[in-house]
Design a protein around this ligand. Structure first.
Ligand code: TMP
Length: 205
């Protein structure tokens, strides 16, 4: 990494079926080819405890506030053990989801008060925000077709269209609220077109 390049925190977001996860390796490879050290991780999860919480969160029904609190509990551990140390040693960090997902899923999808989520965000990471958030956006019917073609669905993936409409709406609202940080990727495009868009964004970092 050149000494003038500050490490960055990049997050990937989107509704289930938007196809973001298939592009993370591509962006990691692009950054590594430019000499960056990259820590690639995910939420919920990213630590041993976080992965245990992920299993519970993705498969067990619970009160919606319990769900939000466990998302932030996983995140607290993730920040302490993975994200903050990686940024401190100069790595770029790529996370498959972060706090925008909680606003979108627990806020937009489950209608938990955004003010409560903002309080948790202020508690858990008052001073850290991603430098760049790539929002993979697709209409619900495209996401649904992609999900239907996959393996057994987890608790979130089994939700109905009105849930995903709320999730997508909140993602797009946040993208409009924080335009300096968000880039919206039209994920209805072909794999190659999405990669070209990502390469152009990475080239400008
Ligand atoms: P993934 O399938 O992209 O790995 O994400 C796991 C699921 O967890 C996905 O359906 C979105 C959901 N989720 C939330 O509901 N809130 C959150 O804060 C995070 C990080 C994920």
């Amino acid at each position: 990494m050149s000494s003038s390049t500050k490490p960055r925190f990049i997050t990937f977001e989107g509704i289930d079926g938007a196809g973001k996860s298939s592009h993370i390796g591509f962006v990691v490879d692009l950054l590594e080819a430019r000499g960056m050290r990259v820590t690639s991780t995910r939420e919920p999860g990213g630590t041993a405890l976080g992965e245990q919480l992920r299993t519970v969160l993705l498969h067990q029904k619970m009160h919606l506030e319990t769900e939000a609190l466990l998302m932030f509990a996983s995140r607290r551990e993730h920040l302490a053990q993975v994200i903050e140390p990686a940024l401190a040693r100069g790595d770029w960090v790529i996370s498959d989801r972060f706090t925008d997902a909680t606003f979108a899923y627990q806020g937009g999808g489950r209608h938990l008060s955004l003010a409560k989520l903002e309080q948790l965000e202020q508690w858990v990471h008052p001073h850290l925000q991603p430098d760049l958030t790539l929002l993979f956006d697709v209409p619900l019917d495209v996401a649904r077709r992609r999900l239907d073609a996959t393996r057994s669905l987890d608790k979130f993936e089994q939700e109905q269209d009105d849930f995903f409409a709320g999730v997508r709406g909140e993602y797009l609202r946040r993208a409009a609220q924080f335009p300096a940080r968000f880039r919206i990727i039209d994920s209805t495009q072909s794999m190659d077109e999405v990669r070209m868009a990502l390469a152009a964004i990475v080239a400008h970092l």
